[in-house]
Design a protein around this ligand. Structure first.
Ligand code: SF4
Length: 111
């Protein structure tokens, strides 16, 4: 009897955190996407700029001003979407005129 009660309480304690985890997951799913900041560590490492015309041409001599997120294969935009996630930055979003050194020209943009 005591063992059953102890088992029940142990199982209850073991699952008590589930609703909290689900609430946290829902809160994250409902929260608006976060825009990448130029000061983010990954952004700094990749020379990310919100405006492709502001890229340091000495540091990135291969960069051209027609390179931007809008023509990058890693830009996950749906039609008409201003800010969209970039594969490099996980769920964070970037604007279509941004650029970083991970730029990979989209095949259809290469034509
Ligand atoms: Fe933009 Fe492409 Fe760099 Fe992502 S990887 S920030 S889409 S240029």
């Amino acid at each position: 009897m005591m063992n059953t009660r102890r088992n029940f309480l142990a199982r209850l304690a073991g699952t008590a955190w589930l609703p909290l985890l689900c609430q946290r997951g829902l809160a994250q799913a409902d929260s608006p996407p976060v825009k990448v900041k130029e000061s983010d560590p990954v952004a700094l490492a990749l020379g990310y700029k919100e405006d492709t015309t502001k890229v340091d041409s000495k540091k990135y001599p291969f960069h051209t001003k027609d390179q931007k997120c809008a023509t990058c294969a890693l830009f996950q935009a749906q039609p008409g979407q201003a800010l969209a996630p970039c594969t490099v930055f996980g769920s964070k979003t970037v604007p279509p005129n941004a650029w970083c050194s991970a730029y990979a020209k989209r095949p259809e943009a290469a034509k």
